[in-house]
Design a protein around this ligand. Sequence first.
Ligand code: PLP
Length: 253
Amino acid sequence: MSALLIIAGTDSSGGAGLTRDVAAAAAMAQATHHYCETPLLLRPVVTAVTAQTDRALRDVHPVPNEGLLAQLRAAIETGPIGAVKIGMVGSPTAAETIAHFLETELPDDCPVVLDPVLRSTSGGDLMQAADLTPLIMRADLITPNLSEAAQLAGQASASPLTDIATQARQVISLGAKAALIKGGHGTGAMSVDHLFEGDQCTAYERPRLSNGKRGTGCTLATSIAVQLLTGHSLAQACANAGDHVHTWLKAPA
Ligand code: PLP
């Protein structure tokens, strides 16, 4: 049985990061009844340790490069990897190290989902968009929100659909095979995520919810990675994972 490799930072508030990824992966697997037949194996690799409350990003300690590489090597030696989810990367050097590792150690057909974490809503920047380029080049899917898409596309802001399509093309031109531009931070009664894959654009519309939760981006990207690991197409994975996250968002915090 292959495992999900989760490469992410920790968040001491528990709202986002690796803890959220692990919880999301277990919940997504259970929702698809995958758990009952074969347990989902997780290999967590820590890129950075953050000290956060819900209101403040106090401190970030990137894991030294040697420690990051040692974790990656040990994770892959433990057994086959069926999909990879990358969240907070921690530093430009870590981005290079992870990209090189995936390039040399991971089979080409192993799906990689990259959540381009640039900022914590608890208040603080976590990475510069340009420093993610080496990882974008190996991503089968990148999942920016509207502001991340604009930053990746080198723009100051974004909004109408034409902009989103242009941004998606620019993000994909950085090397990702597909982009899911999340509309959760937009306006209007419906929240619309757009999947751009080749010439295709698929829109996923769900009623916009008034309550937000931290860790929504982590939850969605991890849920998509679980779906890809269990053999779903990218479009189906985005649909199933998006529905699952919508249900999670509706539940009380
Ligand atoms: N902190 C860490 C360690 C994360 O990995 C992430 C997202 O992946 C965040 C913060 C940002 O999450 P949010 O935007 O919900 O604050």
